[in-house]
Design a protein around this ligand. Structure first.
Ligand code: NAG
Ligand code: NAG
Ligand code: NAG
Length: 381
């Protein structure tokens, strides 16, 4: 999984930069430097994938010492009195776990097995499903602004009518329709659950229309995406791991959309950041879903809900598979605090923008940038 061939293809742009910097004809020193650099670079520059030392440690006491540690809220969707807990979770964490969610296990398992099959295919086949621009297979490169992660992924259109005859679906050689069908079933159920959650939130907050959030996901023009992430194991980093360094699968970020719904198989790795900046590992649970508040929902609630910063740490010995539905609004939608939510003289914390503008801005930023800060009003107090 950590093969050199992968790296040489991934990092070829680095070669070009080096070669243009050091002209070996002019200087022997540089030519030997270049040679040794090339030898060095044919080994994975694995450091690129490690977390930078942070001032805030990860809280690893999750299982040992539950008292010192806030528990991630668990919401039972089958109970009507969960609404209150939902709102509380969105305010305090921007994150919660959902049980009794009504998504059939069968549709989860089918997708998991198709995805596993795809990611275990030869690289040459997977690459036929790329680049992820806007939809398709991606490998280690996340976006176009220099973010890397120890991850392979498929970015898919969450619109159900889209074509199975073109990549990435066409790459599922035997039966691309089957894979499209499996994705459709899964996305349909998960989107339904996401809408239910958004309606419970609107209800509990006493907003005039309970579909005020969910209608954006239901809209035919909803700009939603579906992503499958595969974090391969990497035995080479075992030594680093034992020194407490973390191999970053997906670097820290918040999700720009309204709401994200994640399911992973039984491998740990997901971590969320608490308000004080502490990183907290989220124990995996393959039969539940994890839900993130996105930046757009933070804005629509004028900051009452917080989009949660999160990341995924890869592992030297275990692979992880996750699938995430990102529920977004139509491109032309104005993202602004809801009138019916504002109290008294309350003013919007944000400048006016559309989802199109925000998405464009997010695409042009680095993963870890505080993307909303560009849209915050400067407070004059
Ligand atoms: C998670 O999924 C990956 C990819 O399919 C697989 O290799 C791994 O064994 C799975 N892990 C568990 C604990 O099920
Ligand atoms: C998940 O993994 C844990 C330990 O790694 C194990 O105890 C548990 O039974 C597993 N659950 C499932 C559903 O495979
Ligand atoms: C990798 O997975 C193993 C087995 O589940 C676990 O004990 C270890 O803590 C994990 N490593 C990291 C860095 O999360």
């Amino acid at each position: 999984m950590c093969s050199y061939s992968l790296f040489t293809s991934t990092f070829s742009p680095f070669f070009i930069i080096l070669i243009s910097f050091f002209n070996p004809k002019k200087n022997h020193f540089f030519s030997s430097f270049l040679l040794s650099t090339m030898v060095a670079i044919s080994k994975p520059p694995i450091e690129l994938f490690f977390s930078k030392p942070s001032s805030k440690p990860t809280n690893n006491n999750n299982n040992n010492n539950p008292l010192s540690f806030p528990t991630i809220p668990i919401i039972d969707l089958s109970k009507s009195d969960s609404k209150h807990l939902l709102v509380k979770a969105c305010q305090e964490f921007g994150f919660f776990k959902v049980i009794n969610h009504g998504v059939p296990m069968q549709s989860i398992k089918k997708l998991e097995s198709q995805a596993t099959k795809f990611f275990s295919s030869p690289l040459s086949l997977k690459q036929k499903a790329g680049p992820p621009n806007p939809f398709g297979y991606g490998n280690r490169r996340l976006g176009s602004n220099g973010d890397f992660g120890w991850v392979e992924y498929l970015l898919l259109n969450a619109k159900l009518e889209s074509d199975h005859k073109s990549p990435p679906f066409s790459v599922f050689e035997e039966n691309p329709e089957d894979f499209r069908g499996v994705v459709n079933d899964y996305v349909t159920s998960v989107k339904k659950m996401a809408c239910e959650i958004l309606e419970m939130l609107a209800d509990e907050m006493g907003l005039e229309a309970r579909n005020v959030f969910s209608k954006l996901l239901m809209d035919e023009e909803s700009d939603s995406v579906f992503r499958v992430n595969y974090y391969p194991p990497c035995p080479e980093v075992q030594e680093h791991e034992s020194k407490g360094k973390k191999l970053i699968g997906f670097g820290e970020h918040t999700d720009p959309q309204i709401i994200s719904v994640l399911r992973s198989n039984n491998t740990s790795g997901l971590e969320i950041s608490l308000r004080d900046g502490t990183w907290v590992p989220v124990p995996s649970d393959s039969s539940s879903f994890f839900v993130n508040v996105g930046d757009s929902l933070q804005v629509m609630t004028n900051g009452r809900f917080k989009s949660v910063k999160h990341r995924v740490v890869a592992n030297s010995s275990k692979s992880r598979l996750s699938m995430i539905y990102f529920g977004g609004p139509p491109l032309s939608e104005k993202i602004a605090p809801l009138d019916s939510l504002m109290v008294g003289e309350e003013a919007s914390l944000y400048k006016e923008f559309t989802w199109f503008e925000y998405r464009k801005s997010a695409f042009n930023s680095r993963l870890s940038d505080n993307r909303l800060s560009l849209f915050e009003k400067i407070r004059t107090t």
